[in-house]
Design a protein around this ligand. Sequence first.
Ligand code: UDP
Length: 333
Amino acid sequence: METNAKKRVLITGAAGFLGSHLCDRFIGDGYRVVAMDNLITGRLKNIEHLFKNENFEFYNHDVSKFIHVSGPLDFILHFASPASPIDYLKIPIQTLKVGSLGIHNCLGLAKAKGARVLIASTSEVYGDPTVHPQNEDYWGNVNPVGPRGVYDEAKRFQEAITMAYHNFHGIETRIVRIFNTYGPRMRLNDGRVLPAFIGQALRGEDLTIFGDGSQTRSFCYVEDLIEGIVRLLHSDYALPVNIGNPDEITISDFAEEIIKLTQTNQKVIYKDLPVDDPKQRQPDITRAKKLLNWEPKVSREEGLKITYDYFKSLTEEELLQTEHNDFDKFIIR
Ligand code: UDP
């Protein structure tokens, strides 16, 4: 890793689920990491083990405001954003700002430093897709004024401005479209289906299925995703690339898998489906396979076991933090 020894990377959203795993990966690969987060949804606990590392610096900063970093930067990875439906319903304006003003600041900084930028985009750019599985040439089916619009449109704008900087200013840019990802360091109370179900099982509550449970998702283990992102960063491809695991499952079957995994006898209960909840989602990863020679390696069985062990190791206090599980308060139905 000698060639990476002097490379310096800025990671925004560094204290979040994906940001913190990226920090670990880049520190492990011998980079110097400048980590930034305003801790709205991120947690210092995810990165505090890195504080003693001489190659790691952390700044508590909102990247929607002007970003100053002294010294050289080779790469900027923009991962700051609320990312679960409950989070972006709770903080819609910040979600829009980080996906617009935040990326604008990152691109300006990249231009000043001659750095390559990689942005975290999302399968949400496809909205409630009418094409299945979703490939990168599909333009999506997004409701701009629905409850998910604040996230989906911010991410779509983010892609547009990134391409504009690439085409107009000649900046090196990469766009990863991330599909549902899971693993250690997800917040148990972030409202997403996996932590919601595991938290409910651990607390002895019934599992809440939204709608009839026939909607599908395809879950990728975090380590696989990070490998795909690193490969994309080092590729020479500027157009979007899907990274995710094509192993698709209905939410009903997923609930059954969680009940089996946690060996609880919980029941499932049904709640209304949130507005604009995508009915199906599965990445077409042909492009990633071809360009990056990448495909996921960790099966759902393996990944879920590691993730469950992580959640089991949390303190009772963390387990009882369920305020975001009050879905009815936030989700517009
Ligand atoms: N979901 C559910 N019960 C929950 C939380 C989520 O049935 O307690 C459903 C949700 O309606 C969606 C799917 O699980 O269809 C995945 O939701 P998540 O919030 O994880 O993310 P999304 O993929 O919708 O962005």
